[in-house]
Design a protein around this ligand. Structure first.
Ligand code: FES
Length: 154
């Protein structure tokens, strides 16, 4: 399929998304949506440990009910965070996703934000379930995401 709106890399990830699907016995699930475009993204994480006994994202999968860019950015996020420690994973920014994809049309940049939000919500879910300390930056992001969802519902 040829498309002039999206880069080749976007189309590649859209046609064959990496890590698409569910993790049945997941440790954390992030569910986010954009009420304006209607797209929704669910991201599952499974936590393991590396040789230094640090917690890492051992496995990650996603389901996206959304546009071409939402699917491509979710696919890239899973590639970028798999095997990383939680702290490293939370440092991934939308610019990192766009770099992998070559470029994203300006009106599609919010799709990459959705992917980042889904990841941070999955980590938030994991840490809160095990009653672990939640870093300030993650708590702030969670509040912003929650407020956005509530304000769009009114
Ligand atoms: S158009 Fe909204 S996430 Fe892609």
């Amino acid at each position: 399929m040829v498309n002039n709106f999206y880069s080749k890399e976007v189309i590649k990830h859209f046609n064959k998304p990496h890590n698409y699907g569910k993790i049945k016995n997941y440790d954390g699930l992030g569910k986010v949506g954009n009420m304006i475009c209607g797209d929704e993204m669910w991201l599952y994480i499974k936590i393991g440990e590396n040789k230094k006994n640090e917690e890492i994202i051992k496995d990650v999968k996603f389901e996206t009910f959304g546009c071409v860019a939402a699917i491509a950015t979710s696919s890239v996020v899973t590639d970028l965070v798999k095997g990383k420690t939680i702290e490293q994973a939370l440092k991934v920014k939308k610019e990192d996703i766009v770099n992998v994809l070559g470029e994203l049309p300006a009106i599609k940049l919010h799709c990459s934000v959705l992917a980042i939000d889904a990841l941070s919500e999955a980590v938030y879910d994991y840490l809160s379930k095990k009653k672990a300390k939640i870093f300030k930056r993650l708590e702030e992001r969670h509040q912003i995401i929650m407020n956005r969802e509530v304000s769009h519902k009114h």
